[in-house]
Design a protein around this ligand. Structure first.
Ligand SMILES: Cc1cc2nc3c(=O)[nH]c(=O)nc-3n(C[C@H](O)[C@H](O)[C@H](O)COP(=O)(O)O)c2cc1C
Length: 335
């Protein structure tokens, strides 16, 4: 079965890419993922705060001398608060590139244009084949409007774009008022792909211990939100699309591809089942396509997107009206 796909300009033998997570930082795991057939790897993010804190600390050390350094910078988030330092991150790119033959995507997390964007160039120089710009933030400032948040993010993408030549995907959260417009602006700014969607850790409240907890791994129902926007974006944009969030089996992958995804990133499933999950997903996807008489993955891609699905209203507001009108029947069938 021909499962090949093209993502960010790379021809890949199949669509299952290990997504950004600590798994793709460990050399042993990275080799195991390649052995299991991973066609590309996305490293965990290097964070804007981390780069800024390190460069402030270095500047301070120069200004104050080594003796006062530790005390003077103690109010800053130190490099130790993060998983890896910036030099270590660049070194990891080199080590991973030396260990595998598949394309390696480095990930940068940032939300404001600034000096830190030079790190994109350092990642490229260290050997990254592409970049994933992870625009992860929770916009909680009541004085910043939606338009200001979006302008800032577009300016960030522009700054990173001007720093590198390698392909660049942008990973976003779904919480934008006019997502289709933002996607268009990002494509116009030079993004080669969109990764939908970053998954906030969705704090849950533990009522017994009365504390806030982070929720992970993901649940497969989370793919629904991705499907909706993949279906819309694949009908409107030319750039590459990757799904991330809630893909635990070949069924979620089939859905994402029918809605227009070129690639499907997987994290929770790998953490749960190990690198072999990639091999299993690929085999199961091939079986699924054969059983449903497809000749290739490309034949299936986008078959249920906004412009090709038999009833596009299902992606639009009409869906809601239909539910209101037929809820009784729906209730009987669904519950
Ligand atoms: C432990 C862990 C660490 C992660 N670190 C990053 C990261 O550094 N950068 C990033 O863009 N996404 C990160 N993610 C998010 C994943 O890349 C992915 O988008 C999310 O887990 C949803 O996919 P899944 O349902 O396959 O887990 C992380 C996820 C997990 C579980």
């Amino acid at each position: 079965m021909d499962l090949s796909t093209t993502y960010l300009g790379f021809k890949l033998p199949h669509p299952f890419i290990p997504g950004a997570s600590p798994v793709v930082n460990d050399l042993g795991a990275v080799r195991a993922l390649e052995d299991a057939g991973a066609p590309m790897l996305v490293m965990p993010s290097l964070f804007e705060e981390q780069i800024v804190a390190e460069s402030r600390a270095t500047q301070h050390a120069h200004e104050q001398g080594a003796d006062s350094f530790a005390e003077a910078t103690s109010y800053l988030p130190g490099a130790d608060d993060y998983r890896v330092g910036t030099d270590e991150y660049l070194e990891n790119i080199r080590r991973i590139k030396a260990a595998v033959r598949i394309p390696v995507v480095a990930s940068l997390n940032g939300v404001s244009p600034g000096g830190w964007t030079d790190y994109a160039r350092l990642m490229e120089q260290a050997g990254a084949d592409a970049l994933e710009l992870n625009l992860y933030e929770v916009a909680m400032d009541p004085n910043e409007s939606a338009a200001q948040v979006e302008d800032r993010l577009v300016a960030t993408v522009k700054a990173v774009r001007s720093a590198v030549k390698v392909p660049m995907a942008v990973k976003l959260s779904p919480y934008f008022t006019a997502f289709a417009n933002l996607a268009k602006r990002l494509e116009d700014t030079g993004a080669n792909g969109l990764v939908v969607f970053n998954r906030f850790f969705q704090p849950d409240v533990d009522v017994e211990n009365q504390e806030v907890r982070r929720t992970y791994p993901s649940h497969r129902s989370e793919v629904l939100l991705r499907l909706h926007w993949l279906a819309v974006l694949s009908a409107q944009r030319k750039l590459s699309l990757a799904a991330t969030g809630g893909v635990h089996s070949e069924v979620e992958a089939v859905k994402a591809i029918m809605c227009g995804a070129h690639a499907v990133q997987v994290v929770s499933r790998i953490i749960k089942s190990g690198p072999g999950a990639i091999r299993e997903l690929r085999l199961r996807l091939a079986d699924w396509l054969a059983a449903h008489e497809y000749e290739s993955l490309n034949q299936m891609r986008g078959s249920l997107n906004l412009s090709r699905c038999p009833d596009p209203k299902l992606y639009e507001r009409g869906n809601y009206i239909q539910i209101l009108q037929s809820w009784d029947l729906a209730a009987k069938e669904t519950f």
